[in-house]
Design a binder for this molecule. Structure first.
Ligand SMILES: [Zn+2]
Length: 189
């Protein structure tokens, strides 16, 4: 079936992939994806590439934790989430399942993650943008990521420093897993 997703390639897109849902290091405690495949809607992928180039020009790198997320993965995350305010109800659908949302951070030239004040998927008030409960350095790093991503066409959401999506995300249809074929990260080859 046709779908609007393209593969995000670390070299072509100038990003680093650290797809945490393909590892046990996520809130479910076990891999959700069988393979570390990073997919995005072609519109979002263009903006991501623009943000990646802007980061590289500053001696930084974008490091991606997750992008397109199949519905079945959203169900697993919803079931595991300690606070449902931080996960989209799979009955409604996540912007990740539309292919237009991405979770990411910044790395420095040595390949170290910048201090963002919390880990990815920290589902507490500390992960909120503009929180003054994290260090000034972490606030500045979050602002740096925000400027790079918004300049490239993404929008932030208030309660997750790592999450960005295209404006009008809910106008993009949810991408059914049955349309993915061999690209479905939840299916082993
Ligand atoms: Zn997200």
């Amino acid at each position: 079936m046709p779908h609007p997703l393209v593969t995000v390639d670390p070299v072509a897109h100038g990003v680093v992939l650290d797809l945490v849902y393909a590892t046990p290091q996520n809130i479910t405690g076990k891999p959700i994806y069988a393979r570390p495949i990073c997919l995005m809607h072609r519109d979002a992928q263009k903006c991501l590439h623009q943000a990646a180039l802007a980061a590289i020009a500053l001696g930084l790198r974008l490091k991606i934790f997750d992008a397109f997320r199949p519905h079945e993965a959203q169900v697993l995350l919803w079931d595991a989430a300690p606070d449902k305010a931080y996960v989209a109800d799979p009955a409604i659908g996540s912007n990740h399942t539309r292919g237009v949302a991405v979770d990411l951070t910044l790395m420095d030239a040595r390949g170290l993650e910048l201090d963002m004040g919390t880990a990815f998927d920290d589902m507490t008030a500390l992960s909120h943008h503009f929180s003054d409960k994290v260090s000034p350095e972490a606030q500045a790093n979050r602002m740096h990521l925000l400027m790079l991503m918004e300049d490239a066409g993404f929008e932030h959401i208030p309660h997750e420093w790592w999450h960005y999506a295209l404006p009008g995300a809910d106008h993009y249809p949810l991408v059914p897993s049955t349309h993915l074929g061999h690209l479905n990260p939840m299916l082993p080859l």
